[in-house]
Design a protein around this ligand. Structure first.
Ligand code: BGC
Length: 251
């Protein structure tokens, strides 16, 4: 089955058709800048433009940076507040004119990594942390996702963890790789003490530069960089058509 995977990020919205059985992109991904301000209507129109670029007529699977239990956007840490309360799949589907399903962006990346990437075939608990503007998390046990974990917002060192250890903070505070890795390590160590994962996968744009900070990480679990890098979000978003999600068996 082929699905158009879309990854909505703070600076760019990326998409590509995905073969959800193999997890492979069928065409080169297409990226458009995220509208500013990123209110619902212009963002949905940008997704429609991406669908049009591929002349897409099938289903759309979209990763979005918010908690979306039962399909309703419930928080807005790094997105426009106007999204809160929307039934996001219905809203986007109406503008795009195609069947659309939506999943948290880190859950999408986590599913892709667990199915096709660094966590493939791993038994036990896998914690995926996507590191970017925020800190996104996905918890997967034996292939089953616990959705909307939002562990980037746990209070740590007197503030929200993502306001202290994200890649955006590294850049903003001009931290050296070592200084930032110490923060990331402390945060991951804390999560380890709560969830005892067997494997931690670190994703997001910074995972491409893993050689700069992996040597400073000292954790009990095995730690791996994401294999699919930035494509994980697109692949995982498309693959929600393959998984049981929000109580529905989608295939
Ligand atoms: C959001 C999460 C998202 C993460 C990464 C956080 O601020 O609350 O939903 O997964 O950023 O984009």
């Amino acid at each position: 089955m082929e699905v158009l995977g879309i990854d909505v990020g703070g600076s760019g919205i990326k998409g590509a058709p995905v073969d959800i059985e193999t997890g492979l992109l069928l065409e080169e991904r297409y990226r458009l800048p995220t509208p500013n301000p990123a209110k619902p209507t212009p963002v949905a129109h940008t997704i429609a433009d991406i669908a049009e670029h591929f002349n897409w007529k099938g289903g759309v699977g979209c990763g979005f940076p918010a908690a979306i239990p039962k399909g309703i956007v419930l928080n807005a840490a790094n997105i426009h507040k106007k999204w809160i309360g929307l039934n996001i799949a219905d809203f986007i589907s109406e503008i795009v004119g195609l069947e659309t399903r939506v999943i948290n962006d880190a859950d999408a990346a986590g599913l892709a990594e667990a199915t096709f990437g660094a966590g493939k075939g791993i038994k036990g608990v896998v914690l995926v942390v996507t590191i970017g503007t925020g800190l996104g998390t996905a918890l997967i046990t034996n292939g089953q996702l616990l959705p909307n974990t939002e562990l980037g917002h746990i209070e740590f060192k007197g503030r929200e963890a993502e306001k202290w250890a994200s890649d955006a903070v590294r850049k903003k505070e001009k931290l050296s790789w070592k200084e930032w890795a110490k923060r990331l390590n402390a945060y991951l160590n804390y999560l380890e003490g709560l969830f005892y994962p067997d494997l931690i996968i670190l994703g997001g744009g910074v995972s491409k530069k893993h050689k700069n900070f992996f040597p400073y990480l000292k954790l009990t679990a095995q730690v791996l960089p994401a294999y699919l890098f930035n494509e994980a979000g697109i692949i995982g978003a498309a693959s929600i058509y393959k998984n049981t999600y929000q109580g529905k068996k989608i295939e």
